[in-house]
Design a protein around this ligand. Structure first.
Ligand code: NAD
Ligand code: TYD
Length: 348
């Protein structure tokens, strides 16, 4: 029996992870601390909201009093910190918010764990959910490994790198039992439609233009979210504290090819009017990283992890999920999303 504090559990990966944990470890007490920003949605967690050993706490990790109170009220064994501002385009518009949530928020969680656990942390764990974007950008060849120097280019990546360094410092200075995981781009159910794949699905369903930044030849390494959850499960239970684990499935694709894959499925199964004519090449993102690619040898060799979902299958499951949950899509794209969309895409 463990008590696991998941922060950001109402977001894309956090809610997939909570649903996964609840199913696999029904005896665990699951706490979900989430501010419910535009990206947080309790609808994602309907399946578990009535469970006795699940508790949702609405709160801001950047507020130390909130975090301290949660640690005082609960006997927390493990922390899994997903809570973050997670979108690069938003970080270009409002970098200070990213510093506040991603760096100050992580600092508050580390402090609370340090103070509450008081050195009695043999079975405790603080898992920081980071990203391959902290390593910067690759050229045509090579991969990021756990020892690649951090070289972030965007405010998002820099704020995640800052958080990672704090996490490492709490381990090196105080011996706090931390682990950092760095995953490639995820896709799957519940992803907010500001990110490439759900944005393209949503726009195509409305026959709106599909914005491709620059020439669309940038490369991302896509992992189905359930495979990420399985990797985090292994890291939490069997990973070594003080270590970094990179997670990726060697599934690199250009943005253009991802967009074409989505179009071709929707054209065949939903609307013959959805075609490549909807693609609109728009001015590039500022500081746009060319390529991300992870070498996952460490997690494969040490923890026996393997990516299980081929892209061809994962993308179909993902598109179908959005087709079956069009109400969800309509609700999350009402309100604030419209204003965001105007700011990022209008006149581009
Ligand atoms: P998301 O934007 O979908 O969800 C973020 C969640 O955090 C939301 O529920 C939001 O309400 C919550 N949140 C934001 N600010 C908060 C605050 N101040 N206090 C409490 N809660 C707050 O993000 P995601 O895509 O699920 O990513 C989750 C984590 O995984 C992030 O740390 C991100 O950096 C990391 N990550 C994401 C990807 C990806 O492809 N999406 C890849 C690698 C790593
Ligand atoms: P995104 O999903 O925002 O993830 P990240 O920037 O964290 O990798 O973007 C994935 C890639 O798709 C990235 O190279 C930017 C590109 N992109 C577009 O071309 N058009 C879009 O409208 C969006 C949102 C992203």
């Amino acid at each position: 029996m463990k008590t696991v504090l998941v922060t950001g559990g109402a977001g894309f990966i956090g809610s997939n992870f909570l649903l996964y944990l609840a199913k696999k470890y029904p005896s665990y007490r699951l706490l979900n601390l989430d501010k419910l920003t535009y990206a947080g949605n309790l609808e994602n967690l309907k399946e578990i909201e009535e469970r006795k050993n699940y508790r949702f706490i609405r709160g801001d990790i950047a507020d130390s009093a909130v975090v301290g109170k949660v640690f005082a009220e609960e006997e927390i064994d493990w922390v899994v910190n997903f809570a973050a501002e997670s979108h690069v385009d938003r970080s270009i518009l409002m970098p200070a918010l990213f510093v506040r949530t991603n760096i100050m928020g992580t600092a508050n969680l580390l402090n609370a764990a340090l103070n509450r656990w008081e050195g009695a942390w043999e079975d405790k764990r603080f898992l920081q959910i980071s990203t391959d974007e902290v390593y910067g950008s690759l050229g045509e060849t090579g991969y990021f490994t756990e020892t690649t120097p951090l070289d972030p280019h965007t405010p998002y990546a820099a704020s995640k790198a800052g958080a990672d360094l704090l996490v490492k410092a709490y381990h090196d200075t105080y011996g706090l039992p931390v682990i950092i995981s760095r995953c490639t781009n995820n896709y799957g159910p519940y992803q907010f439609p500001e990110k490439l794949i759900p944005l393209v699905i949503n726009n195509a369903l409305h026959r709106k233009k599909l914005p491709v930044y620059g020439d669309g030849l940038q490369i991302r390494d896509w992992l189905y979210v359930e495979d990420h959850c399985k990797a985090l499960d292994l890291i939490l239970h069997r990973g070594k504290t003080g270590e970094v684990y990179n997670i990726g499935g060697h599934n690199e694709r250009t943005n253009l090819s991802v967009v074409r894959t989505v179009i071709s499925y929707l054209r065949e199964h939903v609307d013959p009017g959805i075609s490549e004519a909807l693609i609109a090449f728009v001015p590039d993102r500022k500081g746009h990283d060319f390529r991300y690619g992870i070498d996952p040898a460490k997690i494969c060799n040490e923890l026996g992890w393997r990516p299980e979902t081929p892209f061809a299958e994962g993308i179909v499951r993902t598109i179908r999920w959005y087709l079956e949950n069009r109400d969800w899509l309509e609700r999350v794209t009402a309100g604030e999303y419209q204003e965001y969309y105007r700011r990022v895409y209008e006149g581009r």
